[in-house]
Design a binder for this molecule. Structure first.
Ligand SMILES: C[S@@+](CC[C@H](N)C(=O)[O-])C[C@H]1O[C@@H](n2cnc3c(N)ncnc32)[C@H](O)[C@@H]1O
Length: 214
C-alpha cells in the first residue's frame, strides 16, 4: 500500500469511528430535542433565501414537499402566498402533533409523521432547509437518490446547504465541491452559489442551491 492510500484509508476509518460515536439520529433523538426545547436551528420565521425563491414562483398549484420540516414556517408562508399543495414530513412526533393542532384549518398542508426515506409521492418542488445537515453524512447518497425518486422529471430541489465544517454534528457541514460531486449524476446543478441573504448567524456560511432532476 502506498503512503497516500494509507493516509486516506486511515482518514476514512477515523471518520467512520467518529460517526459511529455520534448520537443515534433516530426519532427518539429528534423528538427529545423538541420536547426539551433544544432547537437552536429554529429560525422562528421562514428563511429569507427561501422566501425570496418562493416569491418569484407563479404557479400556485405545484406539489411542494418540505422534508425534515420542523416548525415548517416556510409551509405557512407558502400557504399565505396561495400555494395549494404542500406536504410536510418529519420524524419527530411532537412537532407534527403540534402543527396538526395549529393547522387544522389549512387543508392545503398535509402533515406526515414519517421517516423521509419511507415517504412516497411525486413532487414538482422539494424545499431543503437544515435537513440535509441533520442527517448522518453516511446517508448523503441515499438522500440524493430519495430526492430524485420523489421529484417528477424536471422537478427541483431548492434550498440552502452549509458551506462550512462543524466539530462533530449534527449539523454536519460540507462544501461546494462535495455537493457538486454528490448531485451531478442525477441533477442538473442550476445554482450552487454563496447565499447573499442568509440570516445573520449563518451569513457567509451557506450556499443557495437549485437542482433540477434530469
Ligand atoms: C435541524 S432540524 C431542521 C428543522 C427545520 N427544517 C428548520 O429549519 O427549522 C432537522 C429536522 O429533521 C427532522 N428529521 C431528522 N431525520 C429525519 C428523517 N429521517 N425523516 C424525517 N425527518 C427527519 C428532525 O426531526 C428535525 O425536525
Amino acid at each position: 500500500m502506498d503512503m497516500e492510500h494509507e493516509i486516506s484509508s486511515s482518514e476514512e476509518t477515523s471518520k467512520k469511528v467518529e460517526l459511529a460515536n455520534e448520537p443515534k439520529l433516530d426519532q427518539h433523538y429528534w423528538d427529545s430535542r423538541y420536547v426539551a426545547g433544544t432547537t437552536g436551528w429554529d429560525l422562528k420565521e421562514p428563511s429569507a433565501p427561501l422566501k425570496s425563491y418562493i416569491d418569484q414562483l407563479t404557479d400556485k398549484d405545484i406539489r411542494i414537499l418540505i422534508p425534515g420540516a420542523g416548525n415548517a414556517y416556510e409551509a405557512m408562508y407558502l400557504c399565505q402566498q396561495g400555494f395549494k399543495n404542500i406536504t410536510i414530513v418529519d420524524i419527530a412526533p411532537t412537532v407534527i402533533e403540534k402543527l396538526k393542532q395549529q393547522w387544522q384549518d389549512f387543508p392545503q398542508i398535509s402533515l406526515y409523521h414519517q421517516d423521509f426515506f419511507k415517504h412516497q409521492g411525486q413532487y414538482d418542488l422539494i424545499i431543503e432547509q437544515t435537513f440535509f445537515c441533520a442527517l448522518s453524512p453516511l446517508l448523503r447518497e441515499q438522500y440524493v437518490l430519495k430526492m430524485h425518486e420523489l421529484l417528477r422529471s424536471g422537478g427541483k430541489l431548492v434550498g440552502v446547504l452549509f458551506d462550512k465544517d462543524f466539530e462533530g454534528g449534527p449539523p454536519f457541514g460540507g462544501c461546494k465541491v462535495e455537493y457538486e460531486q454528490l448531485f451531478k449524476q442525477l441533477f442538473q446543478i442550476q445554482t450552487l452559489d454563496s447565499c447573499h441573504n442568509s440570516v445573520t448567524p449563518r451569513m457567509n456560511s451557506e450556499l443557495f442551491v437549485i437542482l433540477k432532476k434530469v
